[in-house]
Design a protein around this ligand. Structure first.
Ligand SMILES: Cc1cc2nc3c(=O)[nH]c(=O)nc-3n(C[C@H](O)[C@H](O)[C@H](O)COP(=O)(O)O)c2cc1C
Length: 346
């Protein structure tokens, strides 16, 4: 452990609001942002499951000025949130992000995270997402302008570089430090890799060794044991878990040794409650079907169950089938070589 790593037990948040943002994290196991997934209901569920930090899906800073309702909905933060909670923005203009920060503030979020990892063509073509990793000197100016213009703390999430020839991660981490960011989360793949191959944890460990701000490691963590092992071996300050939390939403409880009810049934019931609170019946139905199908992945009869989800016309009907299918099931583990959601915005 070094001076950046909290020395308190991982499950306790002993920090006060006046301390730096990293010290306010509830523990060292954080939820990764995922477009179309980490909406207010999923974040609320993960808060209940003890994720250390929550981050929204990426939100277009420009979109906030044009498509207000839909985009603002993506940024909702649930009441009584126990973990610190961030809104992730992307955009090619630092000024747009500064302007958008006022809307972010009104959500009650604790910080603004900038997406520097999105590999999607539509995004990088405009010079946003992972494209910003190609010019660390420009990145520093970009982030400094944002930092000077906003009141909330600033964090970033990046990849290791554009491709193997342009592994700019060390320079980009320096740029983030020089511009006053609170931490850097790293998905240990290049933009060119997409979701292929494995996340480069050796490189993340090397970055951590040289960095002057907290480094959050991310990529391919699929179980609580792996999460703890990565944390220890790479010495990063915290780890972020994305797809692993989708397949096993109880993963954060497991990471911190909380013996809560992590059964599929309990998780789906909790999720349904927050859907009812935040969305209309039509949208709740769509999300509940999708979520239940994810949890069924890998179980015998999962294909038939998934198909049956799309025949359900109400959340009550989904719940009937869920109660029958899962009974006492715990989420299944998925092994390292199984492909699952090999695409995303970071
Ligand atoms: C469906 C999906 C959507 C994603 N959306 C985002 C996003 O909006 N912002 C972001 O920074 N990363 C996004 N990511 C990347 C994840 O945050 C994470 O870096 C990546 O999935 C690797 O971590 P994992 O192996 O734990 O899933 C997304 C990933 C997936 C699978």
């Amino acid at each position: 452990m070094n001076s950046l790593t909290p020395s308190h037990p991982v499950h306790e948040n002993l920090a006060h609001e006046t301390e730096n943002l990293f010290a306010r994290a509830r523990n060292q196991f954080w939820l990764a942002p995922m477009a179309g997934i980490t909406d207010v209901c999923f974040r609320k569920l993960m808060d209940e499951m003890n994720a250390g930090v929550l981050i929204s899906e990426l939100v277009s800073a420009k979109g906030l000025f044009y498509n207000s309702e839909k985009t603002k909905n993506m940024m909702r933060v649930h009441e009584g949130c126990k973990s610190i909670s961030g809104i992730q923005l992307f955009g090619e203009s630092a000024e747009d992000i500064v302007r958008a920060s006022e809307i972010v503030e009104s959500t009650g979020a604790d910080f603004i995270d900038i997406n520097l990892g999105c590999p999607v063509k539509k995004v990088v073509k405009k010079g946003c997402g992972a494209a910003l990793l190609r010019d660390p000197a420009y990145l520093e100016k970009f982030l400094s302008t944002i930092k000077k213009g906003i009141r909330l703390p600033l964090t970033v999430k990046m990849r290791t570089g554009w491709n193997e020839e342009e592994l700019t991660i060390h320079e980009c981490v320096k740029a983030a430090y020089n511009s006053g960011c609170e931490w850097v989360a790293i998905h240990g793949r290049t933009r060119a890799q997409g979701y292929d191959g494995k996340a480069n944890w050796d490189l993340m460990a090397e970055v951590k060794e040289q960095a002057k701000l907290p480094i959050i490691g991310n990529g391919d963590i699929r179980s609580a044991d792996q999460a703890k092992k990565r944390l220890q071996e790479s010495n990063v300050d915290a780890v972020m878990i994305g797809r692993g939390a989708l397949r096993n939403p109880g993963i954060f409880n497991e990471c911190i040794g909380m013996n809560n009810d992590n059964s599929c049934l309990n998780i789906i019931r909790c999720y349904r409650e927050s859907l009812d609170e935040y969305y209309d019946t039509r949208f709740s139905l769509i999300l509940l079907r999708k979520f239940s199908a994810w949890l069924a992945f890998g179980n015998s009869g999962a294909a038939k169950f998934r198909k049956s989800m799309f025949e359900c016309g109400s959340t009550a009907e989904v719940m009937e089938r869920v109660e029958e299918f899962f009974q006492n099931e715990q989420p299944l583990r998925f092994d390292d070589n199984e492909a699952f959601m090999m695409g995303g915005h970071g």
